[in-house]
Ligand binder design. Structure first.
Ligand code: PMP
Length: 447
């Protein structure tokens, strides 16, 4: 067996592709046409064949401060040399306490109790269980229903999958968490037209009242939404929508969970959360991705004092919240988180999103005349460019654009026929121009 010292980190020479079963990948296609990155720095990946690829997606919406940031990698190295692992069940070590304090200080007022996970999926399931535990601790154990949204994405574990609203993620796994219902998504003139609503009036949130009337408020534990749905193509909420959800949930004693795995850490504006950017405070926020600038897997669930205290003080003696992960608050992840948050602060990266947003908007909307573009949406440093499907083959056109872009040195993401863009917050104005120029060429070629 090769020792670690024998690995040439930056080489793909002699690689056997057969054993790694790749996630969310057409494995047969990939293994016939492998596209491999071997290193990354700032705004670029380097491919195995030595090309530079401009990262217009922050990896998977996660490398908010750009790649290879020394301050973070150095913190990880140092922490590993001091404490490689420390349990956090009935024992502790300082790093997750420090990180939780730093994180709490960045959250909307009132949200300051932090539970650590290892991913966005784990954060979603943790938040849902927290909501159930909260009502149970209050003696309200008939509140078991969870409400998600069509085109919502909350990861791939059973809870997140069940409240999520992507057919492909759900249908083949017949079993779902019981008692879940879904709001309609906030996008699509067809939906608005059917309901006689105008874009921008926030009316769709009122549908929650219909679900409450249908099921009875005493059966509903929580509503979970992404403030801006990311993975299904950047669906920006109508004005007033999130506030309306807040008002309705509060009125009925239902917890509101914002899944901010994508929208957190400056993605949509000058704040650590979209909650703050949109001025709506939920009861629970889920985070991951940018928390460590994606260097070490880590997620977090930030709960209100009320949710925390109800569970912790309202439970009989013993463990109050019967939930957790071996790696909750792992020293390396905590060190990476502390360094990433420091970097965001020192470099004022969230403010940079707001400063660059008009440049980004202009560049993205400048693509509206490109062939097959039917919609462009943006907020902060994120954008969705929707293409007309090609002859009923949903996703084929965008997938072609993805491959062409990659060959032209640009990393984009596609979901169905939507191109999703979310560059690291260190992106320069010139690089925004480069992203738009490359996309323009790609969209013309793809036509
Ligand atoms: N929630 C949201 C909103 C996400 O966008 C994602 C990942 N894209 C997840 C949860 C799941 O995160 P992970 O892949 O880290 O499990």
């Amino acid at each position: 067996m090769a020792s670690a010292a024998a690995i040439d980190w930056a080489s793909a020479e002699g690689l056997d592709l057969s054993h790694f079963w790749m996630p969310f990948t057409n494995n047969r296609f990939f293994k016939a046409n492998p596209r491999l990155f071997v290193s990354a720095k700032d705004m670029h990946f380097t491919t195995a064949d030595g090309r530079q690829v401009l990262d217009a997606t922050s990896g998977l919406w996660c490398v908010n401060a750009g790649h290879g940031r020394e301050a973070i990698t150095e913190a990880i190295r140092e922490a590993a040399g001091v404490l490689d692992f420390g349990p956090t069940f009935q024992l502790g070590h300082p790093l997750p306490f420090r990180l939780a304090s730093e994180l709490a200080a960045m959250m909307p007022a009132g949200l300051d109790r932090v539970f650590f996970t290892n991913s966005g999926s784990e954060s979603a399931d943790t938040a849902l269980k927290m909501a159930l535990a909260y009502h149970h601790a209050k003696g309200d154990s008939t509140r078991f229903r969870l409400i998600g949204r069509q085109r919502g994405y909350h990861g791939t574990n059973f809870g997140g999958m069940s409240v999520g609203g992507i057919g492909g993620n759900r249908r083949r796994y017949v079993s779902q968490v019981w008692g879940v219902d879904h709001l309609a998504h906030t996008h699509g003139d067809a939906v608005r037209f059917q309901r006689g609503l105008q874009p921008g009036n926030g009316g769709l949130a009122e549908e929650l009242e219909e679900l409450v009337a249908l099921h009875g408020p005493e059966t509903i534990a929580a509503v979970i939404v992404e403030p801006v749905a990311g993975s299904t193509g950047v669906l920006v909420p109508p004005q007033g929508y999130l506030q309306a959800l807040r008002d309705i949930t509060r009125k009925h004693g239902i917890l509101l969970i914002f899944d901010e795995v994508i929208t957190g850490f400056g993605r949509v504006g000058d704040a650590a959360t979209a909650a703050e950017v949109f001025g709506v405070t939920p009861d629970i926020v889920t985070l991951a991705k940018g928390l460590t600038n994606a260097t070490v897997p880590m997620g977090a669930v930030v709960a209100s004092r009320e949710v925390h205290d109800t569970i912790v003080n309202g439970s009989p003696a013993g463990i109050e919240f019967f939930h957790g992960y071996t790696y909750s608050g792992h020293p390396l992840a905590s060190a990476a988180g502390l360094a990433a948050l420091a970097l965001y602060r020192q470099e004022g990266l969230f403010a940079r999103t707001t400063a660059l947003a008009p440049v980004w908007e202009e560049a993205m909307h400048g693509l509206r005349d490109c062939p097959n573009v039917i919609d462009i949406r943006n907020v902060g440093l994120v954008a969705g460019i929707e293409l007309a499907p090609r002859d009923g083959a949903i996703g084929a056109r965008a997938m072609e654009a993805f491959h062409r872009a990659f060959d032209a040195g640009l990393l984009i993401r596609v979901t169905g026929d939507i191109i999703a863009l979310s560059p690291p917050l260190i992106v320069s104005e010139a690089q925004i121009g480069e992203i738009a120029d490359k996309l323009r060429t790609v969209l013309h070629e793809t036509a």
